[in-house]
Design a protein around this ligand. Structure first.
Ligand code: PMP
Ligand code: GLN
Length: 447
């Protein structure tokens, strides 16, 4: 009939009151959480990195190098730390001046226009925060945002938290004879893409080179997207964190460099990916001043700015890369050369155990069909999960090898069609790739 309830008021008053069961129900029915976080409480990386940490695994799961950044940026970080008091204090909210100036110069040369370092660049806590500021600043309740599948998983919850509605368009394997074994075989259907644009469409999100597929969008494909953006007055959010990582003569094209696109594109980048320093969490958003000013509003009222010394070190790294751009000395040339060999090494290991990987044109991931590995997954705790989730958990627990389920990069509507793939990360020491191959070999011999 009566219930005692503990109260902890924001004024600091603590105590308890006795309520009738009618009032008790009313008080407790008031929900604690904001509605904007409903449906976004699960996170792939939290779940799978925790699982990989619990078991002793060879880790080809989460995308980070198991080697350090090049010595010139490590030294730059050390110099920044010992470079005087100002390196330990706040810097300019929207980006350390030295960093925005060199990024403007660096990317200005690539996109063939003068970039205003103060108006057209925003430095953020990793590419994640650049994406978050973009969605919060530009997407409103009721807006539709087109997302190309497979997509880096955070786009969906970020659109939803901004009140937008994600609309999905899948890259599909071309109808070629035999399986699609290069990421180049995965394409957008032009008619299907065009059908997704309407008066509610606010933006389209693309990711090139793509995570997890490794697709590098060709100029023609980007032009098709650009034409639709211009026709329907839609923004383009282009996640280019793997921009330096292309293989076999592929070339990364910035959609912002196509005619009429600078004004409507936010380009997202990451120093973590550029310099193999994912823990530094320095990223950026680049775009026209009339767009970027809205991202600054979100940034100044949330994070304000990111670590000064890390920005100083990234600035030194970009200054060096600016000076050696296009030469053998450039890390942006050395890293893809190193990864090209690792990518072939991983592909060979996977083929040696009968798997058929999709060879990526860029990025540092490779997906492979696992349908041929008929594993009896009898773990009752995972029985309601998609096949690839169950498989990856089994692989971690039983074989000590961590990978990532590919259906996590699809919308609920299309997830079922892609639950036979897992993603391997190859930005790893050769010894790590060899340890993974050993696990796969031993298993295939035993079968
Ligand atoms: N976009 C893509 C496609 C990614 O793979 C990642 C993961 N690194 C991010 C954005 C986030 O990058 P950052 O670590 O710089 O926040
Ligand atoms: N981007 C990285 C990946 O795809 C990891 C992101 C994360 O751990 N949150 O593996």
């Amino acid at each position: 009939m009566f219930r005692r309830v503990l109260i902890n008021w924001s004024s600091g008053w603590k105590g308890s009151v006795i309520l009738t069961s009618f009032h008790y129900k009313k008080v407790m029915a008031r929900q604690l959480h904001a509605r904007r976080i409903e449906g976004v409480d699960k996170n792939l990386w939290v779940e799978f990195t925790q699982l990989a940490a619990e078991y002793k695994v060879v880790n080809l799961g989460q995308g980070f190098p198991d080697f350090g950044p090049p010595s010139f940026v490590q030294e730059a970080f050390c110099n920044a730390i010992s470079g005087g008091a100002s390196m330990h204090q706040y810097t300019r909210a929207f980006g350390h001046p030295r960093l925005v100036k060199i990024l403007a110069k660096f990317f200005g040369r690539i996109v063939g226009r003068e970039i205003d370092p103060m108006e057209e660049l925003l430095i953020t806590v990793g590419a994640y925060q650049a994406l978050f500021c973009t969605f919060q600043a530009l997407v409103d309740e009721g807006d539709e945002v087109i997302i190309v599948e497979p997509f880096f998983d955070c786009y969906q919850p970020m659109v939803m938290m901004a009140g937008g509605t994600p609309v999905y368009i899948p890259l599909k394997p071309k109808k070629v004879t035999g399986p699609a074994l290069s990421s180049a075989d995965w394409v957008l259907c032009p008619e299907e893409l065009a059908s997704k644009f309407n008066s509610r469409t606010k933006a389209i999100v693309i990711n090139t080179p793509n995570n997890p597929l490794g697709k590098v969008f060709q100029r023609k494909e980007l032009q098709m997207i650009a034409d639709l953006c211009i026709k329907h007055d839609v923004l383009c959010i282009s996640d280019e964190v793997y921009e330096w990582l292309t293989y076999d003569g592929e070339h990364h094209v910035k959609i912002a460099s196509l005619p009429g696109m600078w004004e409507r594109t936010v380009t997202i980048g990451s120093a973590g990916k550029s310099f193999s320093a994912t823990g530094w969490k320095v990223g950026w958003a680049m775009g026209a001043g009339h767009v970027l000013k809205h991202l600054r509003t979100v940034h100044q009222n949330s994070v304000y700015h990111c670590a000064t010394a890390a920005q100083e070190a990234v600035a030194a790294g970009f200054q060096r890369e600016y000076d050696v751009f296009g030469t053998e000395e450039s890390y942006f040339r050395q890293l893809p050369a190193l990864l090209h060999a690792k990518r072939l090494k991983l592909a060979k290991s996977l083929r040696s155990v009968g798997l058929q990987p999709v060879l990526p044109q860029g990025g540092y991931f490779m997906i492979t069909d696992i349908a041929s590995l008929r594993v009896d997954l009898n773990d009752p705790s995972t029985k309601d999960e998609p096949y690839d989730y169950r498989f990856v958990k089994w692989l971690i627990k039983e074989k000590g090898l961590a990978t990532i389920p590919v259906s996590a990069f699809y919308s609920p509507e299309h997830r079922e069609d892609f639950q036979n793939y897992v993603r391997f990360c190859f930005v790893k020491e050769d010894s790590t790739l060899e340890a993974a191959e050993d696990i796969l070999r031993q298993w295939s011999i035993k079968k």
